[in-house]
Design a protein around this ligand. Sequence first.
Ligand SMILES: C[C@@H](N)C(=O)N[C@H](C)C(=O)O
Ligand SMILES: [Zn+2]
Length: 235
Amino acid sequence: MRPYHKIPIFECGEPLMAIPLELFAVESPHPYEKLGATYGDRSPYYLRQSVIENLIQAQNYLQLLHPNWRIQIFDAYRPVAVQQFMVDYSFAQAVRDRGLTDVELSPNQRQEIWEAVYAIWAVPSLDEKTPPPHSTGAAVDVTLVDDAGEIVNMGSPIDEMSERSHPDYYANSDRPEAQKYHAHRQLLQDVMLKVGFQRNPREWWHFSIGDQMWAWLNNQSNPANPVTARYGRLV
Ligand SMILES: C[C@@H](N)C(=O)N[C@H](C)C(=O)O
Ligand SMILES: [Zn+2]
């Protein structure tokens, strides 16, 4: 259970729709499809209708500040089965990265790796009260592309299981490179928050609007006007 799972969900029934990809930059091939994740008759490039509208507004605002820059979509809608696939994949990859195999893991090593996995991945819960954020169609993982079509350097890749994923990891560094990464992360946050998204406090790339995490973050900064979630898990 994460603290945001206490937020009640009142599903509004808004449809899940295809993102107009021609407006954005897109990570292609899709990073999880490339690994074998399957989506049936849906696509990872789907979001709730008004989430798409907000994403378009965020890009419009970005282009006022930086003409011809674009938001790059890494991932959006994610069924719980894909959440499970990615959690299992990330665990297996972390075992390989440590030069180990599953059978030789000690209980402590196993626990340490699961903690690292769940530091960045939501639990693939099928409980309607605790949906993984992307299974609601309200969460999106994004970065920026500049006017030359180059991916803007944020100082760490999306989905890295390390401290570098924390949005403020580079905030207090004296190194000019690090200050640039922090400024890029701040720019991404500024354009997304300007139109109402909230950012996951643990990941510089994850934003949502209308889900439990979004409501919880809103309520942290504005407890006098608490909100609830309007998007639950899609079936
Ligand atoms: C790991 C990253 N792609 C992500 O989406 N993390 C959040 C917390 C999630 O799994 O919903
Ligand atoms: Zn995400």
